[in-house]
Design a protein around this ligand. Structure first.
Ligand code: GAL
Length: 423
């Protein structure tokens, strides 16, 4: 976790000062009763199982509360977040919702005044001491902390079917050029080289290609204006992205992320690039890590951990706020995170979970999280707020249709300017 350290120190100092201010007694939901409506998009294999496992802990600890699962299907929250926006504008927030640490949280929900600070809950539960210092700045503003992170996910993972690679004499590629050579071989043998799904999965692919082509420093600079979106490296990255797209399944726009992953399971495709919720999906199918499926960093990203974190919030005007705080208390607890993450396909946000509870892939992720350079995900809310991401998404949609590299790059540069990051 080499990046982001200075900012962590600055924000932590602010938080310590804020902690000295008199605070109301922490509410933990112990006396609460009634329904607690928890909003997420965890409906696929693995992610739904993780939520259900945390629900069990919640129901054991708070028997007077009724958990209401308000999940809306659609990977990366594409549908859920539209439903949430409608509910928020109608003044009908759920008790708590799933939001990503970073700009999705701070630059979108906090900026809109939709969330309550959670400093009291952090004090009451001693969370500052057990949450990674990388993460706290990404969920804080002006000394206030606005969410409870339940996990750390890795975005830059390339999953593969080991039997398909072996049958075709293909080694796991570590650079994009190696990937293209492998993909030529696979395609000639009638295997889809890379399984992809609907549009957000292509944004996910694109962010890993940007990272793998530019490297961690220049990639980070895309989000603070210090790397030129109109520069030659970005042109190269878009060219790589265009080449990769040529190796994907033709029905991608009709598939969810897990249906794309299933192509790899079935041996119809060799690779898929997806966050490590795919591990949760594979585990939910009883597949054996390392044998039935393998993994590697996406090409060009060895030693870089492109991360995101799911977190839960307390809305202004939350339904049953004491019940919501009970849910947040479980989401931030060791018991809650140890139940959730091994099935979800993520590692704990907390630093004190028992590694023995986790399977081989997640143990490798824990190791990498502790040693790699950290980069943030675009698709999953870390580096850009909703407005900027929406502009990138529009440009991406056009590029997927027309393949015009220059137009795409120019639209990306414009999006950075309108976001305010590039002036
Ligand atoms: C991400 C989310 C993950 C996983 C994935 C697919 O945005 O952070 O937890 O659910 O979408 O739905």
């Amino acid at each position: 976790m080499k990046s982001l350290k200075l900012i962590s120190v600055i924000v932590l100092a602010g938080l310590l000062l804020a902690a000295c201010a008199p605070a109301a007694a922490p509410a933990t939901g112990g006396e609460a009763s009634g329904e607690v409506e928890i909003f997420s998009w965890w409906t696929a294999g693995g992610e739904a199982d993780g939520l259900a496992a945390m629900q069990v802990v919640f129901e054991q600890q708070y028997p007077n509360l009724t958990f209401v699962n308000a999940a809306v299907a659609g990977g990366a929250g594409t549908n859920a977040r539209a439903v949430l926006a409608t509910r928020l504008s109608a003044g009908d927030p759920p008790s708590s919702w799933q939001g990503h640490a970073g700009q999705e949280l701070i630059g979108t929900y906090v900026a809109a005044g939709q969330l309550q600070p959670l400093n009291n809950l952090y004090d009451a539960n001693g969370w500052i001491a057990v949450m990674p210092e990388t993460l706290i700045p990404l969920i804080s503003q002006d000394g206030n902390i606005y969410s409870v992170p339940v996990n750390i996910h890795r975005a830059n993972v390339m999953w593969f079917n080991p039997a398909v690679l072996e049958a075709n004499g293909v080694a796991v590629p570590t650079t994009w050029d190696e990937f293209f050579a492998a993909a030529d071989t696979l395609q000639a043998a009638g295997v889809t080289p890379l399984a992809m799904g609907e549009q957000w999965t292509s944004m996910h692919l694109f962010e890993t290609v940007l990272l793998g082509t530019l490297g961690a420093d220049a990639y980070a600079g895309l989000w603070d204006g210090s790397t030129d979106w109109a520069g030659a490296d970005v042109t190269t990255a878009i060219g790589n992205f265009q080449t990769v797209l040529g190796f994907t399944n033709s029905d991608s726009s009709t598939l969810s992320w897990d249906q794309a992953a299933q192509l790899v399971v079935d041996g119809d495709a060799a690779f898929t690039i997806m966050g490590d919720w795919a591990d949760g999906y594979f585990v939910s199918l009883d597949l054996e890590a390392g044998t039935d499926y393998g993994w590697a960093p996406t090409p060009g990203t060895d030693g870089i951990f492109q991360f995101l974190s799911d977190s839960f919030v307390l809305p202004v005007d939350a339904k049953n706020p004491a019940g919501a705080e009970a849910w947040l208390t479980v989401a931030g607890s060791k018991a809650g995170q140890e139940a959730f993450n091994p099935v979800k396909g993520s590692i704990c946000a907390r630093t004190d979970c028992d590694a023995a509870l986790f399977g081989p892939y997640l143990q490798s992720a824990m190791e990498d999280w502790s040693t790699d350079t950290v980069a943030g995900s675009l698709t999953h809310g870390v580096v850009a707020n909703d407005a900027w991401k929406a502009e990138i998404d529009t440009a991406l949609g056009l590029f997927l249709a027309d393949g015009d590299v220059a137009a795409f790059q120019s639209a990306l540069a414009t999006a950075c300017s309108s976001s305010g990051a590039c002036q």
